[in-house]
Design a protein around this ligand. Structure first.
Ligand code: SAH
Length: 264
């Protein structure tokens, strides 16, 4: 793992969105090996966005990065989506796909895979269109700030989704806990948090850059989620394939929680 924790500014300076997606978001690698990490996460997102009550008008994606896979099942349940990320090049890369610009990443195989999970592989173009239509804004955010979108104030949403962000953004457990409280303010009481987090990972790498990861245990994540005013409704843990030189990730935790009615 890097000697000093790589925080947001390191992402701004060194995170290459195209290389990140090439490394982690193709369905099969150069040798034709399936990307089980991605496929597990897509199945898990499909399952979580099929749970009772996980629906509504508005969804906020926290730490969206340059990717859209985390919104593919979500866009069937919510009408308007706002995507947030710290890094300018990631927001720009996402916009590039949303606008269908030349050079945008090809998500089609991933979209087709999700459509197949949802029952009809042939609906991929429709889903792409739907997602492009529903993402209304892509804004800067910093999860370590009390109002992550400062100076913008977003109305609280019906749901927030966050995949593989907080463990990379938070250098210690105290920061992780406070980041969860910060993003909790973005969701209405009774609304949901849908999260994918890696467990016991200390680094991940691509394109000869190494990024830090806060080493988390499942109970630490659950306690931080509860401490941010949520009730955990669903968890699922999937093991990471061993022997991956790019990361020391041991497992992936998928979690759905419901925000309690505010009493204090
Ligand atoms: N959600 C995407 C991207 C994860 S990569 C996926 O599932 O693949 C981690 C992301 O966290 C990067 O896009 C990075 O810019 C963002 N990030 C890092 N520090 C952050 C911070 N303090 N606030 C908000 N986002 C941050």
């Amino acid at each position: 793992a890097p000697a000093a924790f790589t925080e947001a500014d390191f992402y701004q300076r060194h995170f290459n969105p195209q290389e990140y997606m090439k490394e982690y978001y193709t369905l099969s690698d150069g040798q034709g090996q399936p990307n089980t990490f991605l496929m597990q996460n897509l199945r898990s997102l499909f399952k979580m966005f099929s749970l009772d009550g996980v629906r509504g008008d508005t969804l906020i994606d926290v730490g969206c990065g340059p990717t859209i896979y985390q919104l593919l099942s979500a866009c069937e349940r919510f009408q308007e989506i706002v995507a947030l990320d710290y890094t300018e090049q990631n927001r720009r890369e996402l916009e590039r796909w949303l606008k269908g610009e030349a050079g945008a990443f090809d998500w089609r195989p991933v979209v087709q895979y999700v459509c197949e999970l949802e029952g009809d592989r042939e609906k991929w173009a429709e889903k792409e269109e739907k997602l492009r239509r529903k993402v209304k804004q892509v804004l800067k955010c910093d999860v370590t700030k009390a109002n992550p979108t400062d100076p913008v104030s977003l109305p609280p949403a019906d749901c927030i989704v966050s995949t593989l962000c907080l463990e990379g953004a938070c250098k210690d457990l105290a920061t992780f806990r406070s980041a969860l409280r910060n993003i909790s303010a973005l969701v209405k009481p009774g609304g949901h948090l849908v999260m994918i987090t890696v467990l016991r990972e200390t680094y991940y790498a691509f394109n000869q850059q190494v990024f830090s990861c806060l080493r988390l245990e499942k109970n630490e994540v659950e306690e931080a989620v509860e401490g941010a005013g949520f009730e955990v409704k669903f968890t699922d843990t999937q093991l990471c394939p061993a022997g991956d030189a790019r990361t020391d990730c041991e497992a992936v935790l998928s979690l759905v929680a419901r925000k309690r009615a505010s009493t204090s």
